[in-house]
Design a protein around this ligand. Structure first.
Ligand SMILES: Cc1cc2nc3c(=O)[nH]c(=O)nc-3n(C[C@H](O)[C@H](O)[C@H](O)COP(=O)(O)OP(=O)(O)OC[C@H]3O[C@@H](n4cnc5c(N)ncnc54)[C@H](O)[C@@H]3O)c2cc1C
Length: 458
């Protein structure tokens, strides 16, 4: 059995920043990171748009798994805020959460992110303009690394850690055994590893695994929400006054009809709409590059409505998955529809799409989103598009493209204390896998937080 002081399961932002901080604060510790996916340079999705056009269900999805986690090919937007991206502050306090997110930003800046812009909503004139139009612009600073620089930062962090920390790639952790002497056995197909402190950072892709571990170790979990909606794509010029000052504007609208909240999410100026495959279900997402020569002429963002379930139905993610499956069934993947066609109650077909002035950045099936999305959600999205049209005229144009469906799945929230520790001493659960964070910045900050606690203790 291989013995370590600390074992980290998962090499996403949570696991990486936990490992990095341990290396800085206690270099003498024996730390091991076990990751189900590949090391960074071997992460390559086989879809090339020519020979392989759609997901072939690789054993380990290169987009979601491997060094860098789900964030490796993301837009690299680090939102420094307690207003969204997770509820880490409920455990560690708002000030410390902000300090840690700023600390992560500093590390990113000194490892390849230098020169990228930090945007902020503080003091923005758009706050007032939004309020005047029944829209609420949330407070945040956002560092946009871009997919290209995000990759560079991850490469640099790995280079610094690889000779000081034991990395085990392409290895799925099957089980965690809590021994009576306070140690943990971390069990994989080929080897069992042992440690006194185990940090579980398995992200969204580890959601069903973490649920089974919690059940086995008698750790309580709570049902979480699911966000359902569409990705909007329009000419970048429509939102350029907002994106050039704020980069990403997180805007919330309360609908007149149902008083539901609809929010913008993950705004990608001059970006691309992409498919996302979570356990075989194809949904939609977006990203953009920092380098101008790699940018598109469009901006995309999601419009999402949150759904919570409690009794007797608790499976929020199952509900989201069913809606995504419906769109996959009708469209063979993602569906795209012109806003004008949606409002006229007709599907978009190839010829209407070809005539559209907005050129789609994703090859999706033209169709009818009203056959997929529940009426209440669709009504909310339509109301918000008209509300956004007041601050960004052109949003409600007939040719604005809506891709569906976009679903944000959240893990079950794991019962952890203010140390992000479970009822088992020395067993920590951090990042998106814990259900507490849903973003790069919060997940990374949770890793730094736990690493510091461990360093102080040992
Ligand atoms: C396309 C895309 C774009 C995104 N863009 C942004 C963005 O711009 N800004 C933002 O804030 N967020 C973004 N996100 C979300 C962000 O990537 C996540 O919030 C973040 O990666 C969570 O970090 P994490 O470390 O908790 O988990 P993850 O990044 O999911 O990493 C978990 C790792 O654990 C591994 N793992 C899981 N189970 C096991 C097991 N049993 N054994 C071993 N290893 C295991 C996985 O392989 C994975 O590599 C995006 C996500 C996607 C998919």
């Amino acid at each position: 059995m291989k013995d370590f002081d600390v074992i980290i399961i998962g090499a996403g932002p949570g696991g990486i920043f936990a490992a990095y901080e341990l290396m800085i604060t206690k270099p003498e510790l024996k730390v091991c990171v076990i990751e189900a996916g590949h090391e960074l340079e071997k992460r390559q999705c086989p879809i090339d748009g020519k020979k392989i056009k759609s997901c072939i269900g690789c054993k380990s999805c290169a987009i979601m798994r491997g060094f860098g986690g789900a964030g490796a090919f993301s837009d690299g937007k680090y939102n420094i805020t307690n207003d969204f991206g997770g509820t880490l502050y409920e455990h560690i306090g708002k000030d410390l959460a902000m300090d840690l997110m700023n600390y992560v930003d500093k590390i990113n800046m000194s490892n390849g992110g230098e020169g990228t812009k930090l945007f902020t909503t503080k003091g923005s004139k758009f706050k007032k303009i939004c309020i005047e139009n029944k829209l609420n612009l949330l407070e945040a600073s956002v560092r946009h690394l871009g997919t290209d620089k995000n990759f560079k930062v991850l490469t640099n962090l790995y280079i610094q850690m690889k000779d000081k920390i034991t990395f085990v790639f392409d290895t799925f952790v099957d089980d965690i055994v809590a021994n009576s002497d306070g140690t943990y056995d971390v069990v994989t197909a080929n080897e069992t590893y042992s440690c006194r402190r185990c940090v579980v950072s398995v992200g969204r892709s580890g959601s069903s695994w973490i649920e089974s571990i919690c059940k086995k170790l008698d750790i309580k979990t709570l049902s979480n929400r699911v966000d359902i909606g569409v990705r909007v794509e329009l000419p970048a010029v429509v939102f350029s006054h907002l994106t050039s000052e704020l980069y990403e504007s997180k805007i919330v609208y309360r609908t007149e009809k149902f008083e539901d909240k609809v929010r913008t999410f993950c705004m990608n100026p001059y970006g691309y709409v992409v498919n996302e495959n979570t356990n075989g279900i194809v949904t939609v997402n977006g990203h953009s590059f920092d380098a101008p020569e790699l940018q598109s002429e469009n901006t995309n963002f999601a419009l999402l409505v949150a759904k919570h379930f409690s009794e007797p139905f608790k499976d929020s993610n199952g509900y989201g998955e069913s809606i995504a499956r419906l769109s996959n069934m009708l469209g063979g993947g993602t569906i795209v529809q012109r806003f004008g066609d949606l409002m006229r109650g007709r599907r978009t077909n190839e010829s209407r799409l070809n005539e559209s002035t907005v050129r789609p950045t994703l090859n999706a099936t033209p169709g009818d989103l009203s056959l997929v999305l529940p009426k209440r959600i669709l009504d909310g999205i339509i109301e918000m598009i008209y509300a956004l049209d007041k601050i960004a005229p052109g949003t409600a144009n007939d040719d604005t493209l809506l891709y569906g469906v976009e679903v944000k799945f959240y893990n079950m929230e794991v019962a952890i204390n203010d140390r992000l520790e479970t009822s088992h001493k020395g067993l920590f659960m951090i990042g998106d896998g814990s259900g507490v964070t849903h973003s790069l910045s919060h997940a990374s900050a949770s890793g730094v937080y736990v690493a510091r606690l461990i360093s102080e203790e040992i």
